[in-house]
Design a protein around this ligand. Sequence first.
Ligand SMILES: *Cc1c(COP(=O)(O)O)cnc(C)c1O
Length: 445
Amino acid sequence: MTDTLLPSIDPLPQERRLVTEIPGPRSRELMARRQEAVSAGVGGMMPVFTERASGGVLLDVDGNSLIDLGSGIAVTTVGNADRRVVERVQRQVADFTHTCFMVTPYSGYVEVCEALNRLTPGDFTKRSALFNSGAEAVENAVKIARAHTKRQAVVVFDHGYHGRTNLTMALTAKNMPYKQSFGPFAPEVYRMPMSYPFRDGPHSGAEVASWATTKMDKEIGGENIAAIIIEPIQGEGGFIVPAPGFLPALREYATQHGIVFVSDEIQTGFCRTGQWFASEHEGIVPDMITTAKGIAGGLPLAAVTGRAEIMDDVHVGGLGGTYGGNPIACAAALGAIEAMEEDDLNTRALQVGAILRDKLEMMAAANPAVGDIRGRGAMMAIELVQPGTLNPDPDLTGRVAKSAHAQGVITLTAGTYGNVLRFLPPLSISDDLLREGLDIVAAGF
Ligand SMILES: *Cc1c(COP(=O)(O)O)cnc(C)c1O
């Protein structure tokens, strides 16, 4: 490290410690300023302002140390301010901050693309392109698939989430809060039934896939479809893990009809589920993968990675953007990937997943409202219903989340029906802290 770098600061004690009520007075003061300065349209889960974060905790401006079970929505998979991310970012920010890769390139961008091409499933030649946000990556995946196939139709699924830009709003299933009053939406987007084992009754993954493929045949025509875009485990939709056989059947349909199969791994990617990418659990090899969130330890970066012949089938200049693959974000991604490999975070995600499953099973045994436990690795959720039915209970879900928040545990909700508690801890959390956080969630029922 050179003297241009900031001195390292003391590590944060890895403990839950409440010194004020939540939110404390300084957070409340900042919330009042936020209300005066920030658009009311920007949502908020917890009214607590952050001072520092690392490992499994977040220190707020009042000195409370909270347990983080959300990772800023599956972003800080390697933990906040991981040393390898911080060091590379500090070095890069002191060297240069921006040139625009399309003006004069730099090696970090190429290195991130090389890592993506190496780590994503499929042993064919690949190319990648970098962007700023998940939504931007998904939009570009659609552009590339359309240019390659010379077709227009895009297929997505019930409960799917792909972003908040105009095209990705059209791809996203849920109206409130993502789409309400923001139309008209982009055309040529078709939504198909999704395998949702908890709600599908006796129907198998293959059966639900056949509903989807029949609908594609009859309502669009396979030869008109540019891309099938699916999350291998749905994120915002409520951590829905499709039944075995569902994804392979769609993959097969895409192959038969020359459709680009796009796996949106923005939430599931980069060790979250115990594999580099969740597609691997089902043994499917996508033609294209979109990534963001966990890729760069918290800096804004996103990517499209795919078969070279598809990715190169776009005219020069057709892809890009001022900031896409910013050098600091690329440095962060290289640090995050280094941390994932060095610390074997896929194994860690499975360990975290085992603790999660254990605790969630205890919650289910004690509370008949827990209708389903699902997910993979460090991406697990429970769906809350009126006992013995499939009727969603979003009120109870909100109450349990609020009670955890008041006790200093950051938890997130999700789901089309708002009745899913989802757990996405940073993989840097300790076992004890994770167990403590989940016990506090359990106490909120
Ligand atoms: C978060 C998310 C997106 C959108 O990413 P942004 O960076 O918020 O634009 C797209 N797809 C999936 C599966 C996501 O979880």
